[in-house]
Design a protein around this ligand. Structure first.
Ligand code: 3EB
Length: 311
């Protein structure tokens, strides 16, 4: 750069999702208010992403045929449903003409109740209405992989991946599709698929949703961490098989695996690490442990995976 050039006023922000309190988190452009516990301090799934402007308050990045983004709405307990609907209206407008592959949702005080409704259920209502308004009847067949966990802070926010190529969405044969959960879990069912697969630049990307101890639509072993992490890993393997990864989530035959583990109780960290080191993780895997509440109060752990098979 010639010496006379002024410094850039907006340095190119890399696509890096950091978590509260993690090493180097201060000053990150995209900082999620879920406390970091261990492992990778930030999610860097798309290291080559470049900024692609902003649309309607949605910050956009591009990586090959992927459009990445981040959107948020101010949170106040009484209007979480309409705020979430507004969030999804903007998110779905920014990705119109593309295909959603993955959405990471962060919901303030997710298990609190306001006006008789748990925040997660109010969030699900707004999200479902948002999808239905934008995509119409049959929106369920276009729902991507997702997660929804609790955060501090005062915004409901979403980080997303959309693709030019058409993805495929998958379900876990041992679980009722979340978009068919019965009303006992909330007035509008959660809007997500258990996994999404898409081809991009000769690689296959597999987004395995946040996965917890649920069989059918019921919580397994409420509040029992050991039984829940075993059930969760079993569900991950079942989804892994459904997407064609085999029983070991692609161990030894994929290029990169990035896991994220959400723990309701920070005191479960050592047990989670020991279990996953023994049962799931292999050298080269990236894993981030976060302290976060999960959408059902009786769930202690949720695990997701983003897996890339290079050509
Ligand atoms: C479940 O399976 C547990 O609402 O976006 C996992 C993944 C869960 C995504 C969401 C919720 C969501 O129902 C919770």
């Amino acid at each position: 750069m010639p010496a006379s050039s002024p410094p850039p006023t907006h340095p190119a922000a890399p696509w890096r999702v950091a978590f509260a309190g993690g090493p180097g988190a201060a000053g990150e452009a995209l900082l999620i208010q879920a406390p970091w516990l261990a492992g990778e301090p930030a999610e860097e799934i798309f290291p080559a992403a470049v900024p692609a402007g902003e649309r309607d308050g949605v910050r956009l990045f591009r990586s090959g045929g992927f459009l990445l983004g981040h959107a948020r709405e101010p949170f106040s307990p009484a209007d979480l449903t309409v705020r979430t609907e507004a969030l999804y209206r903007r998110l779905l407008a920014a990705t119109a003409g593309l295909h959603l592959c993955r959405i990471w949702n962060y919901v303030p005080r997710i298990n609190d109740h306001t006006g008789g409704l748990e925040h997660y259920q109010a969030f699900c209502s707004g999200r479902s209405i948002g999808f239905e308004r934008a995509l119409g009847d049959g929106f369920q067949s276009r729902l991507p992989a997702a997660s929804a966990v609790g955060v501090g802070g005062d915004h409901v926010e979403a980080v997303f991946v959309a693709s030019e190529a058409a993805p495929r969405h998958f379900e876990n044969p041992a679980q009722v599709p979340a978009y068919h959960y019965p009303p006992e879990h909330g007035p509008r069912s959660p809007s997500f698929a258990r996994a999404t697969a898409v081809r991009e630049g000769g690689a296959v990307w597999l987004f395995l949703s946040g996965t917890a101890a649920i069989k059918g639509h019921e919580t397994v072993a409420p509040d029992d961490f050991t039984l829940q992490i075993e059930c969760t890993v079993d569900n991950l393997r079942l989804i892994g098989r459904a997407v064609g990864l085999g029983n070991a989530l692609g161990t030894g035959r994929v290029a990169r695996r990035h896991f994220k583990v959400y723990l309701r109780h920070a005191s479960d960290l050592a047990a989670a690490q020991a279990h996953l080191d023994r049962e799931v993780l292999a050298p080269g895997d990236r894993v981030t442990y976060l302290h976060a509440a999960i959408c059902r109060a009786a769930l202690a752990v949720e695990i997701e995976a983003t897996i890339c098979t290079d050509p």
